[in-house]
Design a protein around this ligand. Structure first.
Ligand code: BDR
Ligand code: CA
Length: 334
């Protein structure tokens, strides 16, 4: 089997951790490195989480580099309400593991990985695009070593956390624009799609029943990820994982949970699970109400030629097959 050579850029994060569970188990992927970025939580936490998760999954062979701590031109924005203060609400690793962390920063690491590679590499970007934009700005010569960039983010009529923009774009819209217009094949997994890439409470129970360390880990963080909209009376103290009320944790177990980043990874493993179409896309960077909104020209208003359509938008996913792939991946860890 010919493997797809990939680099993962992530802001681990609950669904990033689940995406790593999926990606790191697959024989279809040759993961040559992982880089971290500030996003869901600060870069110290996203890096620590990434290192710990890879070690937990038994993949000490994959090197990890710490990336940018701030967006290109803006102040940081976090999603610790969704992912917990540590970024991995619902799980604590007994010890931190850092042997897989390299001393190079993410941009230099990405640059050397790409230059050293004798074939083009796909970048799976499941956090804000700060590292990737900086790489393209500072080392444009590596562009032809990038086969495609597959990104979790964009939307055309809904958003999170704002009404119109998706988190990974909202955090660093200037970076998004650099990547979108870099001339590299650019694929996005929009929020409209990931809202259908849900795991049901019954499927989470299947995970729990596997009763293996990785299945227990996945189920625990999925159950905590269900707490997307915490009401003030459900938070007992200030900020913190432990401070969500027991009732709310119980209720979260009854919710459908959206697997944004794992869905994005699934595209690289098996594109046949998806439908897609090409559109022209730009992003709002100066909006009073709409910063981070991705304009995806679905109505062909701009009459762009095929060559000018800079985005391959994933439009649907076969949910059943996706969840089977995810469960199968968890089983592979034994
Ligand atoms: C994206 O935002 C982050 O909070 C998730 O990790 C995912 O990458 C979903 O909009
Ligand atoms: Ca993410």
């Amino acid at each position: 089997m010919s493997k797809e050579r990939v680099i993962i850029d992530c802001d681990t994060g609950i669904d990033d951790a689940l995406a790593l569970v999926l990606a790191l188990s697959r024989p279809e992927l040759d993961i040559i490195g992982i880089t971290t970025v500030a996003g869901n939580v600060d870069v110290e936490n996203t890096t620590r989480n990434t290192c710990n998760v890879c070690h937990f999954l038994g993949r000490d062979d994959i090197r990890i580099a710490k990336g940018e701590s701030k967006p290109l031109e803006r102040e940081s924005l976090k999603a610790s309400g969704v992912h917990g203060v540590s970024g991995l609400r619902g799980w604590t690793f007994e010890k931190n593991y850092t042997d897989n962390l390299v001393s190079q920063d993410a941009v230099s690491f990405l640059c050397s990985l790409l230059k050293e590679s004798d074939e083009a590499v796909s970048i799976l970007a499941i956090g804000p695009l700060t590292n990737i934009a900086k790489l393209l700005r500072e080392h444009p010569e590596v562009k032809d070593k990038i086969r495609k960039i597959v990104f979790m983010g964009t939307s055309y009529h809904c958003g999170n956390p704002t009404s119109l923009s998706t988190f990974n774009v909202l955090v660093d819209p200037e970076a998004f624009r650099i990547v979108a217009f870099a001339g590299i094949p650019f694929v996005s997994c929009p929020l409209e799609l990931t809202k259908t890439a849900v795991i049901t409470p019954e499927e989470v129970k299947m995970l729990e029943q596997m009763n293996t360390p990785v299945a227990t880990f996945a189920a625990s963080i999925i159950n905590s990820y269900g707490i997307t909209k915490i009401k003030s009376d459900e938070v007992i103290g200030g900020e913190g994982e432990e401070e969500i009320s027991e009732n709310r944790l119980k209720a979260a177990k009854e919710e459908l949970v959206t697997l944004h980043d794992p869905a994005t990874v699934a595209y690289v493993i098996d594109p046949s699970l998806f439908t897609s179409a090409k559109y022209y896309c730009d992003v709002e960077t100066k909006g009073e109400l709409t910063t981070g909104f991705t304009l995806i020209d679905k109505n062909d208003y701009y009459k762009k030629s095929d060559a000018e359509r800079n985005l391959t938008l994933l439009e649907s996913i076969d949910r059943e097959k996706f969840i089977s792939l995810f469960l199968d991946s968890v089983r592979r860890y034994g």
